[in-house]
Write a protein that binds this ligand. Structure first.
Ligand SMILES: [Cu+2]
Length: 124
């Protein structure tokens, strides 16, 4: 009887652990520059991505493609020296007007892996 009770408690704890993992404990994109979905004048020299949690740069990266799918050369993603939740990525050449897709994948300091993408447009 006592063994049964312990196993029920263990099962309850296991269930709680499964469902209690808070969604905010992972790094998701909070905001970016150029802004997510924005249309702006002029070509940015770099991308800035601000996450909801500090990033491990060695396991994180950003890539960018044009609307036609061509890869845009980017520098290595680097963590902001005063804000470990922010990545800076330099853009390898001057962007022409059009829509660009940014793809990010990061590992946050809690070792969780997340990824996502967004687009922005440079007006003609
Ligand atoms: Cu997490």
């Amino acid at each position: 009887m006592k063994i049964l009770r312990i196993s029920l408690v263990a099962a309850a704890l296991a269930g709680a652990a499964t469902f209690a993992a808070p969604v905010w404990a992972h790094a998701f994109l909070d905001h970016a520059a150029p802004s997510v979905g924005s249309t702006s004048q002029g070509a940015p020299g770099e991308l800035t991505l601000n996450f909801t949690q500090n990033i491990v740069p060695a396991f994180s990266g950003v890539s960018m493609t044009s609307a036609s799918g061509g890869a845009i050369p980017l520098g290595k993603a680097r963590v902001d020296s005063s804000d470990p939740a922010t990545l800076h990525v330099s853009i390898g050449h001057k962007l022409t007007p059009g829509t660009y897709f940014v793809h990010w994948h990061v590992v946050s300091v809690d070792t969780h892996h997340t990824s996502g993408s967004y687009k922005f447009t440079i007006a003609p």
